[in-house]
Design a protein around this ligand. Structure first.
Ligand code: NI
Length: 140
């Protein structure tokens, strides 16, 4: 069994702007090193994944998504995904944040695992900055 104290060294490539933003945050938060910040970010990613895995049963939910509409083909892909899941998507609202960035709010209702699939399909597209899924059980 591999434990948390055994360290593996990895090399990753990141867009410069992403790294600059990350460094800014870990400086503000007072991390001793970039590695510690990255370890925490990965733990948060895993926790978020596990939390999303718990989304089950009949749910009402909202997806908040920010994306770059100048990314080639992205708007069509996002629209196709939403049509694929038309049976759980009730409505969507689009707001043009800046010339390039868009904010979209999608209202959903259906099986939690399906709602999660919609969020995962959307967040894996290049040019999508963030996707957040919030749900509540229909039976309180
Ligand atoms: Ni827009």
């Amino acid at each position: 069994m591999v434990n948390e104290t055994e360290l593996s060294r990895i090399g990753i490539s990141l867009p410069q702007l992403l790294l600059e933003k990350f460094d800014e945050i870990i400086t503000i938060r007072g991390y001793s090193s970039r590695s510690e910040g990255i370890r925490d970010a990965i733990r948060a990613y895993i926790t978020h994944y596990q939390w999303m895995s718990d989304v089950k049963g009949e749910r009402q939910g909202v997806i908040t998504m920010v994306y770059d509409h100048t990314q080639r083909g992205l708007m069509q892909t996002l629209l196709d995904i939403q049509h694929d899941y038309g049976y759980v998507i009730q409505a969507s609202l689009h707001s043009h944040v800046t010339h390039d960035r868009c904010l979209e709010v999608i209202l959903l209702r259906g099986e939690g695992t399906e709602l999660k699939h919609v969020a995962e399909r959307l967040m894996s597209q290049k040019g999508v900055e963030s996707v957040k899924l919030t749900t509540i059980p229909v039976q309180g």
